[in-house]
Design a protein around this ligand. Structure first.
Ligand code: NAD
Length: 260
């Protein structure tokens, strides 16, 4: 695998789960990583783990929904590590149990989920295009199998489907404009992270996390749920120049979830 010492990366939602594993996997290959999260302590913890290994990372608090903060994140990363050439839009929420069609609060939940999972990805991509159009770069957007098939809550499904097509639109736009920017999406199956474990609290058919795990397992022909590192490995490939002919692609890493 190509080393990543020329990569200056922003990973959003890097304080937990897939984002933390991705930040670590990229730094391990020499990338300089700005870890951002709405939970500043969690972002700092990931950066600390990376720094303890003698690799390069810094942390910054960021609510991805705040457009003005995107400018600050790019400015701080440019200053700390050099010109940003990679953005991983990973921050997201499941909104599990909140966006019910027939309940009045469902509409507000829909708006919140869309704001984090889709609008904010758009904001990050817009900022990245402005920053990278002259010198080039790579954007990786974390979508989901739920961006390909239905099954989760409506807002989650719609937001992740939106990320899938936003990604293709950006790839197409950058090509037309002659910008040397690649943009790809990643579609994880169920990965055993805090986001998924919390689903047990609201799921109507399960009582415990263990029951949830067993139920989800049946949907993954490979016989296990994913680990955050399974997704981090795919992101690392898309970030690296090994994937230099890929743009507008959807990398499905789902243990066979979408094949049944
Ligand atoms: N875990 C899965 O099974 C799975 C499957 C498919 C896709 N995904 C996607 O992968 C991404 C990461 O999920 P995860 O499972 O690691 O979840 P997680 O809950 O472990 O981590 C998500 C991180 O995003 C942060 N975050 C939430 N809202 C934010 C905001 N407004 N601004 C900045 N940071 C914010 C949280 O603080 C948290 O640290 C999400 O986009 C999720 O939809 C996860």
């Amino acid at each position: 695998m190509t080393e990543l010492s020329q990569k200056v990366v922003i990973v959003t939602g890097g304080g937990s789960g897939i984002g933390a594993a991705t930040a670590e996997a990229l730094a391990e290959r020499g990338a300089r990583v700005m870890v951002t999260d709405i939970n500043s302590q969690a972002a700092e913890q990931t950066a600390h783990v990376i720094a303890q290994r003698g690799q390069q990372a810094e942390a910054m608090q960021q609510d991805v929904c705040d457009n003005a903060v995107w400018d600050q994140v790019f400015a701080k990363t440019n200053k700390a590590f050099g010109t940003v050439n990679t953005l991983v839009n990973n921050a997201g929420v499941s909104g599990a149990g909140k966006d019910r069609f027939e309940e009045p609060e469902g509409l507000e939940a829909w708006r919140q989920i869309m704001a984090i999972n889709l609008d904010a990805v758009n904001m990050g991509c817009r900022r990245a295009i402005t920053e990278m159009k002259a010198h080039g770069g790579s954007i990786v957007n974390i979508s989901s199998v739920m961006g390909i098939v239905g099954g989760a809550g409506p807002a989650y499904n719609a937001s992740k489907g939106g990320v899938r097509l936003l990604t293709k639109s950006i790839a197409s736009y950058c090509g037309r404009m002659g910008y040397p920017i690649r943009c790809n999406s990643v579609h994880p199956g169920y990965i055993w992270t805090p986001m998924v474990r919390q689903i047990a609290e609201v799921h109507e058919e399960v009582e415990t996390e263990q029951e949830l795990k067993e139920m989800l397992l049946l949907q993954h022909p490979i016989g296990r749920l994913g680990d955050p590192e399974d997704i981090a490995n795919g992101v690392r490939f898309l970030v690296s120049d090994d994937s230099s002919f890929m743009t507008g692609s959807e990398l499905v890493i789902d243990g066979g979830y979408t094949s049944v």
